[in-house]
Design a protein around this ligand. Structure first.
Ligand code: BTN
Length: 259
């Protein structure tokens, strides 16, 4: 990627590029510890041990997708970190739509969806000591030009398969970094996601839908009635009680499939 083409002040300006790596998140955490600046970015063509949420693996074939991790060093309470992932998810959704023209949606908390199938995911990892944050690594995987997909995820797809076209990965990365820098700065200033919640809700596929929640071995059906100002999901259960779900180790599925 040509850094001089970036319009950002610092997002992605320090860039580490790898042909092959185990996981860009692992490398980014290491780099952060070694003193990487905020906005430093690790990109790889291939990940041999790409990590997904909930302990899953993330298939990262060579040259076909965007496998990257952004290092942030925010002054925030630890409980607010999941909100950064929502900001990143919205920006990536917008960036993909702008570059490809495909309509993108978000499955809460941060899967990006095209035609009801997953094209991108985010894994945010925090390194903190007692109560202060050392760094936050936002790892983003986007299936861009993949022709063959992980068969263990039947609902996965790629931009190329949905758009019948090969896309420039760089264009998407650049658009994302531009959008993310502006939105991240506003988020850090306001310490609130309220300014982007309307956009997020508009794209959210689970809002006003019945879902199945899988949380710590517990599984129940509910109706998503709101995403609150903290970015949590408000789910009305069948007994009419309301459960507020914070982003974390939770999986949300549609009643009849992925969304
Ligand atoms: C998910 O939806 O489960 C999250 C997937 C996150 C994958 C990306 S690819 C780049 C970065 N490095 C990793 O090992 N994982 C993230």
């Amino acid at each position: 990627m040509r850094i001089e083409d970036l319009n950002t002040k610092y997002m992605g300006k320090e860039l580490e590029y790898h042909e092959t790596i185990n996981s860009t998140n692992i490398r980014a955490k290491e780099w952060a510890k070694q003193g990487a600046k905020e906005g430093s970015l690790v990109i790889a063509e291939y990940q041999s041990a790409g990590k997904g949420r909930l302990g899953r693996t993330w298939l990262s074939p060579k040259g076909e997708g965007i496998w990257m991790s952004l290092i942030l060093k925010p002054f925030l309470e630890i409980s607010k970190i999941p909100q950064i992932t929502l900001v990143a998810g919205l920006c990536m959704s917008q960036a993909i739509q702008k570059v490809t023209g495909l309509k993108t949606e978000i499955k809460w908390p941060n899967d990006i969806v095209v035609n009801n199938k997953k094209i991108a995911g985010i894994l945010t990892e925090l390194s903190a000591s007692t109560n202060s944050i050392n760094s936050v690594v936002v790892g983003i995987g986007v299936n861009v030009n993949n022709q063959v997909l992980d068969t263990s995820i039947p609902y996965a797809t790629s931009l190329a398969l949905e758009g019948n076209k090969v896309y420039e990965r760089e264009e998407i990365i650049k658009e994302f970094l531009n959008l993310f820098e502006v939105n991240y700065e506003q988020y850090i200033k306001e310490k609130s996601i309220v300014f982007l919640l309307a956009d997020y809700k508009e794209r959210c596929v689970n809002l006003n839908k019945e879902v199945i929640i899988l949380n710590n071995q517990q599984e129940y059906i509910g109706y998503v009635q709101n995403i609150n100002d903290e970015g949590s999901l408000e789910v009305r259960k069948l007994d009419n009680t309301i459960e507020t779900i914070f982003t974390g180790e939770v999986s949300v599925r549609g009643l009849y499939g992925y969304v």
